[in-house]
Design a protein around this ligand. Structure first.
Ligand code: FES
Ligand SMILES: [Fe+2]
Length: 439
């Protein structure tokens, strides 16, 4: 398909991950066992780089985001124009969490006895300091996690001596150097947090393969080449990718004509009006869908004249270990973050839209996170638009998956060699990462 492009194909798209991942079964206890979740808290979340927030969330000095994962909690704080800190979100007096929700502060004053802390984490004032002659004010500072930024994201790592951030990013900076892909130039226009009744890995894994499209997203099968998806796993790297081509009927469904595929591909945007569309003479469905997308983006003032069809309509999606999923190109502007909940049976999935900003225009930042309960439809967040129905289709499996994993009498999931390679690779990386934490 790339060879059929008439515009220059970026090297990131030509890159292919060809590593074979042995088709070992995945133990189901990894999703259900409290011991495994405790091991993750101890050996994964306390040691890995993880996306804490967007730079747009904390534009002004004093802005902060509460980022919590398992038992850990941090105040990701804009200390000054040039400094961001991730303070451990616990008062050094008796340990009360300093903040329970995002906000803006000139200081962090603890609601319990009133000890206060400066934005940089230094001790501002004790109450009845005469009672604390043994406390050295200078060293009485909120401990910090390491912080780094890339692509407009703030990442943190709680480990005292974390792996270098550049190593964690692997080839992401190289791939996202593709013209127009820079996520630092995009703005968080939507932020939704969906609560799921499943393990965080169950949710994540439902979004990093297109194998389920045939059954779960029946209507998409008419224009998405689900079983023709390219799955990239690179030897020696944790980051994986998939590219699902659009503008082709799934090989799992009945054969369709080009005009049928074109109309099906326009249906999510146009509804029944798509049935009136005709294919321009000599054009394939794929080319016509890309053309529609290109025109729409050009009309918004976005510079996509020289962007390939692949970047305009296909799903190009990276999984960044452990829990971040980034789309690339211009097909859609999605980001997902999966986080564990209070038990192995619950989790959250956050959905962000990182909108490109046409020159001279403003895209309003979503500063509030829209919460959607475990039994609530994604339609509760109208800002998700047509994606809500698709996410609901995904949701229809998740709680039942978690229950099935508890009920399963076999050792655990059996996965496809190609289409579920990313999932097994993720588990191999997870084991390697947790084992590296020591005995
Ligand atoms: S716990 Fe914070 S002031 Fe006492
Ligand atoms: Fe899905």
């Amino acid at each position: 398909m790339l060879d059929l492009e008439i515009r220059p194909v970026p090297p990131a798209l030509r890159a292919c991950g060809t590593a074979r991942v042995p088709a070992h079964p995945i133990a189901r206890s990894r999703y259900t066992s409290p011991d495994f979740a405790a091991r993750e808290a101890e050996r994964l979340w306390s040691r890995c780089w993880q996306m804490a927030c967007r730079l747009e969330d904390i534009p002004e000095a004093g802005d902060y985001v509460v980022y919590s994962v398992g038992p850990l909690s941090f105040l990701v704080t804009r200390v000054s124009a040039t400094e961001i800190a991730a303070h451990v979100n616990a008062c050094l007096h008796r340990g009360r969490m300093l903040r329970e929700a995002d906000g803006h502060a000139t200081q962090f004053r603890c609601p319990f006895h009133g000890f206060s802390w400066n934005l940089d984490g230094s001790c501002r004032a004790l109450v009845n300091g005469w009672d604390f002659p043994h406390v050295d004010r200078e060293s009485f500072r909120l401990p910090r996690a390491h912080v780094a930024t890339w692509g407009g994201f703030v990442f943190l790592n709680p480990a005292p001596d974390p792996e270098p951030f550049e190593r964690f990013l692997e080839f992401l900076p190289a791939h996202y150097a593709t013209r127009g892909w820079d996520l630092g130039q995009r703005v968080k226009a939507v932020h939704v947090r969906k609560h799921h009744r499943c393990n965080w890995k169950v949710a994540l894994e439902a979004f990093i393969e297109s194998f389920h499209v045939t059954e779960t997203h029946r209507s998409a099968m008419t224009y998405l080449g689900d079983a023709m998806t390219q799955y990239d796993v690179w030897e020696g790297f944790r980051t994986t990718r998939m590219i699902s081509p659009r503008g082709l009927a799934s090989p799992n469904g009945p054969p369709l004509s080009e005009v049928e595929v074109f109309r099906a591909g326009m249906r999510p945007a146009l509804g029944p009006r798509a049935e009136l569309l005709e294919l321009p003479p000599g054009m394939t469905a794929r080319a016509a869908l890309a053309d529609m997308r290109r025109r729409a983006l050009l009309a918004e003032g976005l510079d996509v004249a020289e962007v390939t069809d692949c970047e305009l309509i296909d799903t190009i999606q990276y999984h960044v270990f452990p829990n971040l999923v980034l789309w690339a190109g211009w097909g859609s502007f999605l980001v997902y973050r999966f986080l564990p909940g209070a038990t192995p049976d619950v989790s959250t999935m956050e959905i962000l839209f990182l909108q490109p900003v046409p020159p001279g225009r403003d895209v309003p930042v979503a500063r509030e996170v829209k919460e959607i309960g475990p039994d609530e439809s994604h339609a509760a967040a109208p800002e998700l638009g047509g994606f809500a129905a698709v996410f609901d289709e995904d949701m229809s499996n998740l709680a039942a998956l978690q229950k099935g994993l508890h009920a399963m009498a076999s050792a655990g999931p059996v996965t496809g060699v190609v289409q579920e390679a990313r999932i097994r690779h993720f588990h191999a990386c997870l084991d390697a990462f947790m084992e590296a934490a020591g005995p």
